[in-house]
Design a protein around this ligand. Structure first.
Ligand code: HDD
Length: 714
């Protein structure tokens, strides 16, 4: 983990230099209109007399208001809410066996990247902690052009064919008559669709798991999802799945926390990413390849072209081939994070697509959406979207063109322009599509090899630890419990039972219904059986692997506490030495201790020294922290004990299974809360060493506590 103090703002990469020419800052400059005319007054419009009518000739007023009136552009139809950051990618080892893409063969390169994380369903202003998939899009500005890896934090997708994407999104978005609920899948239309479209069930069970409520955008995996191709210099193709593995481990919050964070800080993830980068705690991910040789394409029990299937890491291990570091926050949210335009079709030589029908449909959708969102086919000229290498072609004009193309010719072939821009010879690395042999009939059908909808959701569920399974059951119960149509709830129980009967029983109990036996074919019941529907029913469940370790977060931890936020609960008179000792040791490990006091301003320790308060109890919440420390100090404890909020802090942290350390008199606060029942808990530290406390924080949560702790009425 990098640990330098401040993100650098000087141009540090080719992309940064390229952005630098577009940056503007008004410091020490005179205000002008957009036409460059100096402005003396931006507070008063031009009037006919002090109390008279405003004059139409006031071009300064007109320009200011007109520009303001048009400030907004349409938000993304999906992934509207997002947060971005700049960084770079470095390769560990030459991958030329598999690909000729220079970013994967040249270990001397530092390829600039821009990453945008997002939620899917909510609007631009929706809360970060929605139970949802997270988008994980990376723009690699390579010297051979732009490569976009437009993935998610889950390794599979809801549907198998792009044709169904509008249906999926219409079902999950707020219901169109009442525009409710915002950024939430827990409603009738979504479950109507999911229960009728069993191919969704794999991605859906991931959304019911803790992966859908990450602790931080920096603590989640990323996946390219589709099977892509890598092409080497000899033209040989290997199939590949892309993985991002976070060096901070994979961690989540509980649903109870997510609900409370919604209120305490709707920007929780955006703030967390921003603050970590500003503090020099640069998030890092390793890029992994899962490689399948061409000749092994058909050796699996599922189809590699089916995006609702993952390749278990036990079957094909992930080779970590490089590392991405995010080290710079954007200068301007709109110019960069909002205007960035990703596209799975942005590829460089050495990479290629497969016939995954979801991927193929995406190749159309992304440019199309930029046309309405950014308003012009010239969106590639926006600073954030510009490649770092030169662009030359005969495309011309259109809205807001900024390139000034010189010369007479805008066609090919030409002789007047010397035949330029000339075609890339193969030696110069022009893009050539993989020559896949095709001999087929034109048909509108789904391959029967895509016909297994239950084996992998079942594998996922089996692979989870008990605490994770409990969270999944609770999530299904919550979501389906929010539906209002009984037939939808029944159909959901029916399909969950096909994933795992015990899971379905728990959910059925929670929503107060029986698992129906009579629906033997949910799709036929709902839409009427015809030949096609009969043919493409979910196939029989297969069991090709009992469990996959990589699917459970238990196995995806790290021992780092970098950037973890620790609340130190204090009031005047706290034990200064005690506080400073713990603070120093935590800071040495990269954690971020914050003084949370009974009042704002400064707080005095028992030695009389003043310490700046980071937040008063009134202005913050337990759910915004990873762990709590209460130092000693008689007077401090007396004051804390009078504050109901201090007790609430402890009770909530206990409920959410977080590490809590108390020293000396600090124990009194524990005794006055549910803490008194948890003194033997493995991550409650009473006068213990900071080293042990650090282990507890790195462990993220003590899930063994959860069964008992969920009775805490916090
Ligand atoms: Fe998509 C945006 C990820 C299938 C159509 N998608 C978008 C973003 C991510 C994904 C991360 C946000 C990009 C950003 O930050 O600007 N989408 C996926 C993944 C998919 C997927 C991982 C399946 C594996 N998407 C998908 C399909 C379609 C779309 C099948 C249409 C047929 N996606 C879009 C879009 C968006 C988009 C409407 C909205 C904004 C944008 O493209 O630029 O075109």
């Amino acid at each position: 983990m990098s640990n330098s103090k401040k993100s650098k703002k000087q141009p540090t990469s080719p992309k940064d230099q390229n952005l630098e020419q577009f940056r503007e800052e008004g410091r020490n400059k005179t205000m002008t209109t957009n036409q460059g005319v100096k402005v003396n007054d931006t507070n008063n419009s031009l009037k006919a007399g002090e109390r008279g009518g405003t004059l139409l000739e006031d071009f300064i007023l007109r320009e200011k208001i007109t520009h303001f009136d048009h400030e907004r552009i349409p938000e993304r139809i999906v992934h509207a809410r997002g947060s971005g950051a700049h960084g770079y990618f470095e390769l560990y080892e030459n991958q030329s066996n598999y690909t000729k893409a220079r970013i994967f063969t040249d270990t001397n390169r530092k390829t600039p990247v821009f990453v945008r994380f997002s939620t899917v369903a909510g609007s631009k202003g929706s809360a970060d902690l929605a139970r949802d998939v997270r988008g994980f899009s990376t723009k690699f500005y390579t010297e051979e052009g732009i490569f976009d890896l437009v993935g998610n934090n889950m390794p599979i997708f809801f549907i198998q064919d792009a044709m169904k994407f509008p249906d999926l999104i219409h079902a999950v978005k707020p219901e169109p008559d009442r525009e409710i609920p915002q950024a939430a899948s827990a409603h009738d239309t979504f479950y109507d669709f999911v229960s009728l479209t069993t191919e969704t069930l794999h991605n859906h069970i991931w959304v019911m798991s803790d992966r859908a409520i990450p602790r931080s955008l920096r603590m989640m995996e990323g996946f390219g999802i589709h099977t892509f191709r890598l092409i080497n210099e000899e033209g040989k193709s290997h199939f590949v799945k892309f993985h991002w593995k976070p060096l901070l481990g994979v961690h989540s919050v509980t649903w109870d926390e997510a609900v409370k964070i919604h209120g305490a800080d709707t920007d929780f993830h955006r703030r967390d990413l921003w603050e970590a980068i500003e503090a020099g705690h640069y998030p890092e991910w390793e890029l992994g390849f899962q490689i399948v040789p061409e000749e092994d394409e058909h050796k699996f029990d599922f189809d590699l072209l089916d995006p609702t299937k993952l390749i278990p890491e036990e079957m094909v291990p992930v080779q970590r081939i490089g590392k991405m570091t995010l080290n710079r926050n954007p200068d301007n949210f709109f110019a960069e994070t909002e205007q960035v335009a990703f596209h799975p079709g942005h590829l460089v030589p050495g990479l290629d697509f497969t016939n995954d029908p979801l991927l193929q449909g995406r190749l159309f959708s992304y440019t199309d959406t930029q046309l309405s969102r950014l308003g012009s086919p010239n969106f590639h000229e926006l600073p954030i979207n510009r490649p770092i290498n030169e662009v030359h072609n005969n495309q011309r004009d259109a809205h807001m063109r900024t390139t000034v193309n010189k010369g007479k010719t805008a066609y090919f072939p030409n002789s007047i322009g010397g035949g330029c821009p000339h075609l890339a010879k193969m030696a110069e690395g022009g893009f050539t599509s993989y020559e896949e042999r095709i001999d087929a009939s034109k048909i509108r059908e789904r391959s029967e090899s895509f016909n297994d909808h239950f084996s992998q959701p079942a594998l996922f569920y089996r692979s989870l630890e008990e605490w994770e399974k409990n969270h999944v059951a609770a999530a299904y119960t919550f979501e389906i419990g929010k539906c209002t149509y009984d037939h939808i709830k029944k159909r959901m129980l029916y399909v969950i039972a096909q994933i795992d009967n015990e899971l379905a029983k728990k959910v059925a109990k929670g929503i107060g219904m029986e698992i129906p036996k009579e629906i033997d074919n949910p799709i036929n019941q709902a839409i009427g059986a015809d030949a096609d529907v009969q043919k493409y029913q979910p196939g029989k469940k297969k069991n090709y692997l009992d469990k996959s370790k990589a699917l459970s977060q238990t196995h995806l931890k790290s021992d780092s506490i970098i950037s973890r936020k620790i609340a130190f609960l204090v009031s005047d008179g706290f034990d200064g030495d005690d506080m400073m000792k713990v603070k120093k040791e935590l800071e040495e490990k990269g954690a971020v201790p914050q003084l949370i006091a009974t009042h704002g301003g400064t707080v005095k320790c028992d030695k009389g020294d003043e310490h700046k308060v980071d937040a008063a109890l009134l202005t913050t919440e337990s759910v915004l922290f990873d762990a709590i420390f209460v130092p000693g100090g008689e007077k401090s404890l007396e004051a804390l004990l009078k504050e109901a909020k201090a007790k609430k802090f402890i009770n909530e942290a206990l409920k959410h299974c977080k590490a809590i350390a108390v020293n000396k008199e600090g124990e009194k606060l524990l005794d006055e809360t549910y803490g008194k029942n948890f003194k033997d808990d493995a991550s409650v530290y009473i006068n213990d060493s900071v080293t042990n406390f650090i282990k507890g924080i790195a462990n993220h949560r003590n899930w063994k506590r959860e069964e008992k702790a969920q009775d805490i009425p916090a």
